[in-house]
Ligand binder design. Structure first.
Ligand code: SF4
Length: 328
């Protein structure tokens, strides 16, 4: 973490009157890139190195436009659907995972496809496939329309699972309370909201199968726990991330429950400075898809306006690394 030093006095012999207000900055740790995001970005770079540009990527490889623009500059071409990819081209699927139908379409179109799905999303796919085989009704706890949920739904087949994102949605479900049921959770869902929804499901289902280990991934849990600690001590929190990132939005929601003011910004230039007026302690975190240079730029901007006394608030130590995706 680096912030600029206090401005030097123009004349060394003059008393230095730094008018900038003093703030304490609490930087949540861990923040930023997770193992799945590293692996997906590496996969695009490896494919470019091995196959040459252009390499096509279906949808944003991770939910961050700075990452996308950086990879575009290196030769990646981002598309929405596979019909935009010329036959015979190399295409990668994003870290959020895809339905099997997407992989089949790539084969049918003669594309050389590599799936950069995060291994922790793939784990959820395997779980729902098993539940489906066992004939359970499946409840997916997540946000309908998010690519991860769309991909997971594709693994169980249309109409075989329902998606809920609140306790109220569980209460409104037309569930058979005695039928074997299972639930799975979007990897980037809110830990607290998921717990409440699971409790509501348990109250409604007499035979409810749960994931063997939490579907909410280590990176999501750790970043939410870290921002919770920081937000409880802050007058304002800045979450670095995109609005369309589930991970970033959940961090902002967790912080908003504890800090008086929270802003979710994709870049330092998006900071709403009047919203920080009067704040003496400012917390900072970043989503799992946000590059470290965004956090550095935010710290630099704060340092230009404030005399910053920075502290890293250290939570869980992360050691997870995923094996590189073979793109040969
Ligand atoms: S946030 Fe979690 S599930 Fe998503 S890419 Fe990172 S480690 Fe994988």
């Amino acid at each position: 973490m680096s912030v600029p030093p206090a401005r030097a006095p123009e004349e060394p012999d003059q008393p230095f009157d730094d008018q900038r207000p003093q703030v304490r900055v609490l930087l949540a740790s861990p923040h930023g890139f997770c193992a799945g995001v590293h692996r997906a970005i590496d996969a695009v770079r490896d494919a470019l190195a091995l196959h040459g540009a252009p390499v096509y990527v279906r949808r944003p490889i991770v939910h961050n436009m700075e990452v996308v623009r950086g990879l575009e500059a290196e030769g990646a071409v981002f598309v929405h659907e596979l019909d935009e990819v010329p036959p015979g081209s190399v295409v990668l699927f994003s870290a959020h995972g895809v339905a099997p139908a997407v992989a089949e379409e790539a084969r049918a179109r003669g594309l050389i496809a590599f799936d950069a799905v995060c291994p922790l999303v793939a784990k959820v796919h395997r779980e729902v496939i098993r539940h489906r085989r066992e004939g359970r009704q499946i409840v997916l706890i997540g946000h309908r329309g998010h690519p991860e949920i769309e991909g997971t739904l594709g693994h169980v087949g249309d109409g075989s699972a329902v998606v809920v994102d609140s306790v109220a949605a569980v209460e409104a479900l037309p569930l058979d309370p005695h039928a074997p049921t299972a639930f799975a959770v979007q990897t980037t869902f809110s830990v607290e909201d998921a717990a409440a929804i699971v409790e509501a499901l348990r109250a409604r289902c007499s035979d409810l199968a749960a994931p063997p280990t939490s579907d909410i991934c280590y990176a999501t849990s750790n970043r939410q726990a870290a921002v919770r600690e920081v937000a409880a001590r802050s007058d304002a929190v800045i979450v670095a991330g995109e609005r369309f990132s589930s991970n970033a939005s959940r961090l902002a929601e967790v912080a908003a429950a504890l800090a008086p003011s929270v802003q979710l910004v994709a870049a330092a230039q998006d900071i709403d400075w009047p919203q920080l007026a009067g704040a003496r302690v400012i917390g900072i975190t970043a989503a799992a898809s946000t590059p470290e240079q965004t956090v550095e730029a935010i710290l630099q901007s704060l340092g230009a306006r404030y005399r910053v006394d920075a502290e890293e608030v250290v939570g869980a130590l992360e050691t997870t690394v995923f094996k590189r995706l073979a793109v040969a």
